[in-house]
Design a protein around this ligand. Structure first.
Ligand code: CP
Ligand code: NVA
Length: 310
């Protein structure tokens, strides 16, 4: 049965750690000379902009010896009304995996229903699991033992937040989320995380207080207040988030003295984070962004080789 990667559901902690450890190995020792994706072609579909995801996947595929085709949905017959189910069926006859960034998560679920090759979520309105893989790798590299770590996420309970909650609760990382009541993470994700932490030994806490969330935190994480597709809500959102949920030096000073700052990027300096924080000594955002390359290579290899296809 083909395995997709739309979110962390259906994956075990051991599998995710295997992917993360493979990524750490790639970073340390380089990519295999055997070119394990040689002869494979992977399609990258984008409904919305991307810098990191698009380029890091392309480079990861190249390093592993495969080919990739980037395409925007505007260039496809989808934009003229071709059914998603027909598109997914046809494309999966040509390529070995489909990586897609979409507005609605349901688009990915439907593609997955009709595709005979893995569908990988390159960001949807609900999840950004590829980002969370690089986040976990970065935390592991810097902090070591994941079960000792507390992550504080401050801001919008969005796609990045939902995936971070899933990854943390699966792997036994304690997570505290501070968001305004109306912008909390998905209730389904919270309920699932409450179940997952029973097994993993992690914990999940929700609060409206950024100060409360960052207490004793090893990691302070934020993302934009206005995600792609929410541009019309900008004014309303800023009223709710700004400045209370901005990560400032003062907020960082309430976390552990060696706490790191993380952001998936792109960032808006002065909005969700002060420039002095993201450009400061405790920021690991460049390492975090660089790690996308390695986790994406490891994910592809896991799904295409270890997952059964090669
Ligand atoms: N963090 C992230 O996914 O960046 P891009 O939108 O540039 O791909
Ligand atoms: N939450 C952001 C993440 C961008 C990588 C968005 O969806 O636009």
């Amino acid at each position: 049965m083909v395995r997709h990667f739309l979110d962390f559901e259906g994956y075990t902690a051991e599998e995710i750690l295997r992917i993360v450890d493979m990524a750490i190995e790639f970073k340390r020792k380089g990519y295999p000379d055997t070119k394990p994706l040689s002869g494979k072609c992977i399609l990258l579909i984008f409904e919305k902009p991307s810098t990191r995801t698009r380029v890091s996947f392309h480079v990861a595929i190249t390093r592993l010896g495969g080919d990739s085709i980037p395409i925007s949905t505007g260039e496809m017959q989808l934009s003229r009304g071709e059914a998603l189910s027909d598109t997914a069926r046809v494309l999966s006859a040509y390529v070995d995996a489909i990586i897609a960034r979409v507005y609605k998560h349901e688009t990915l679920s439907e593609m997955a229903r009709y595709s005979s090759v893995p569908i990988i979520n390159a960001l949807s309105d609900r999840f950004h699991p590829c980002q969370a893989l690089a986040d976990i790798m970065t935390i592991k590299e810097i902090k070591g033992e994941l079960s000792d770590v507390k992550v504080a996420y401050v801001g919008d309970g969005n796609n990045v937040c939902n995936s971070l909650i899933q990854a943390c609760s699966l792997l036994g990382v304690r997570i505290s989320v501070a968001s305004p009541r109306e912008y909390r993470p998905s209730e389904a994700v919270i309920a699932q995380a409450r179940e997952w932490v029973k097994r993993s030994g992690g914990s999940i806490e929700l609060t409206e207080s950024p100060e409360g969330a960052v207490r004793d935190a090893d990691v302070v994480y934020t993302d934009v207040f206005v995600s792609m597709g929410q541009e019309e809500e900008r004014e309303r959102r800023l009223k709710v988030f700004y400045p209370g949920y901005k990560v400032t030096e003062r907020l960082m000073s309430l976390a552990k003295p060696d706490a790191i700052f993380m952001h998936c990027l792109p960032a808006h300096r002065g909005e969700e984070v002060d420039a002095s924080v993201i450009d400061g000594e405790r920021s690991v955002v460049w390492q975090q962004a660089a790690n996308r390359l390695h986790t994406e290579a490891a994910l592809l290899l896991y799904l295409l080789r270890d997952g059964g296809k090669i």
